[in-house]
Write a protein that binds this ligand. Structure first.
Ligand code: SAH
Length: 463
């Protein structure tokens, strides 16, 4: 619509009624008044609600839900009001089944609207049997409230800590560990961080736990290198939490939202713990990226392997490979796999992980995937299969041009952002590829994130 003169048909503080016709990709309810959309948190499709307008912009407004007049059958009652203020489970008021439908619709919408691929079929989203307790990693802020050291979650869009013991989407063993570490910190009167003045000491407690191994890593992020009395704190943690193999102190002196600092002090074990993915063992450091939902990551990677249809003869490129989780899964079934990754420490981890698993047919290249692919396509290198797993911004134009020049027969695109996926698919289709299968997998239940795997084949090749 190009109606620049349009003025909003509502004013701030208006209290109105309306029907929710859709959800935004973040899960906000949309009501339209004379074509003007208002976004309402907590309202669901087909509900009639009473709302108060709190913001009026040129193209859209924001309103606050006051009352549900007609309720959706997909609504789940939210019983934990405090948790609802944190924003960590923005879809918790929707049944899990409806969450999966919402995610599938999102992929269909962007494929039609952005990708101009209305005929492509989208498979049902693969969900979890138990869509809670799935996160293998927690980053818990520490603050002082009423003179007490507390751990919890920040209130949405703020840094006010809401004390919390049950984090719902984290591995329950991690929740217990957070409470145990909190109590030890209280016992020794460790000073909680004060963000306003950049004083105090303990900023965050990070816990990671191997889904298959149960190995636990605790990282204490402090403002100063002093952590008194660590000679007592460390044995207390080990006694309370026998699964702990590594305790790290990470020092972050800056006034910043970034959690980790540069200085690392190893208090117990080494800066690593192990977990498994599809029978490969991975060593993970306190900074490494590792999929947070291990069970669903294994389903995701199995699907990548299904689509890849490897026979043992193929040359494969795995771009955006991180610490090599997909790379090793592919290597077992292919002749040779070339991983490309921007971050050097991740590549060092990837090389060590290949060695740890006795896998020799992988080679890793440090660099920007768009540059490496351009070089390789110019050199006339060939690949039978290209796997990509880019960050949210998707693929660079230069990367897609290089793919079209190199012409791998098959491509598997793993995406964490449906919009950039749809944009990139449109270009790949223009460049000669056909979209064969679109399979979303729910990696982040209760949140609006959507992960999608797409199988593409080059036209004129059997696939
Ligand atoms: N496939 C891995 C990692 C996926 S996350 C896994 O499943 O675990 C995306 C990865 O892309 C990150 O490791 C990030 O460091 C890397 N990355 C980001 N931009 C890049 C670029 N331009 N070129 C290559 N790698 C990039």
């Amino acid at each position: 619509m190009t109606n620049n003169k349009q003025t909003a048909p509502v004013a701030k503080n208006d209290v109105l009624e309306g029907e929710i016709i859709d959800l935004t990709h973040e899960g906000l309810g949309i009501v339209k008044l004379g074509g003007y959309p208002l976004f309402i948190e907590g309202a669901l499709i087909n509900e009639t609600v009473e709302f108060k307008v709190i913001k009026v912009g040129k193209n859209f407004g924001v309103a606050k839900l006051i009352k549900i007049i007609k309720e959706s059958p997909d609504r789940v009652e939210v019983t934990d009001r405090a948790y609802a203020q944190t924003g960590t489970m923005p879809l918790q008021h929707l049944t899990y089944e409806a969450q999966l439908t919402f995610k599938k619709n999102q992929v269909e919408n962007v494929l039609t609207k952005i990708g101009k691929l209305p005929d492509v079929k989208v498979n049902d989203v693969i969900g979890m049997d138990n869509p809670f307790g799935y996160r293998n990693k927690a980053q818990i802020p520490v603050r002082k409230i009423k003179d007490k050291l507390e751990t919890g979650v920040f209130r949405k869009n703020s840094h006010d800590l809401i004390p919390m013991e049950d984090f719902k989407i984290q591995d329950p063993e991690i929740d217990k560990a957070v409470v145990a570490v909190r109590d030890i910190m209280r016992k020794y009167s460790v000073k909680p961080y004060n963000e306003k003045d950049n004083t105090g000491n303990l900023r965050h407690i990070l816990v990671r736990r191997g889904y298959h191994t149960g190995e636990m890593m605790i990282t204490l992020v402090t403002r100063t290198p002093k952590l008194f009395p660590h000679s007592k704190i460390v044995p207390d943690i080990l006694e309370a939490l026998p699964e702990v193999v590594s305790i790290i102190q990470n020092v972050n002196p800056k006034k910043t939202n970034v959690i980790l600092g540069q200085e690392v002090i190893v208090l117990h074990g080494e800066d690593k713990y192990q977990d498994k993915l599809l029978n490969h063992t991975f060593e993970i450091s306190h900074r490494s990226f590792f999929q947070v939902n291990t069970a669903q990551a294994e389903i995701l990677y199995s699907k990548v392997l299904d689509f890849a249809e490897l026979t043992g003869e193929e040359t494969v490129i795995d771009a955006y490979c991180g610490i090599g989780t997909i790379t090793l899964a592919l290597a077992e079934k292919a002749k040779q796999v070339y991983g490309i990754e921007l971050i050097e420490p991740a590549v060092l981890d990837a090389r060590r992980n290949a060695e740890l698993n006795g896998i020799e047919n992988v080679t890793y290249q440090v660099g920007a995937a768009e540059d490496v692919m351009l070089d390789w396509s110019k050199e006339g290198r060939e690949a039978d299969l290209l796997v990509v797993d880019p960050p949210r911004k998707g693929l660079e134009g230069q990367f897609i041009d290089a793919v079209i020049k190199m012409q791998p027969k098959k491509m598997v695109y793993v995406s964490c952002n449906p919009s950039t996926l749809a944009r990139d698919l449109a270009l790949l289709v223009e460049g000669g590829y056909t979209v064969k299968t679109v399979q979303p997998v729910d990696m982040f239940p209760q949140t609006s994130h959507v992960e999608t795997i797409v199988e593409l084949v080059l036209k004129g090749t059997a696939g």
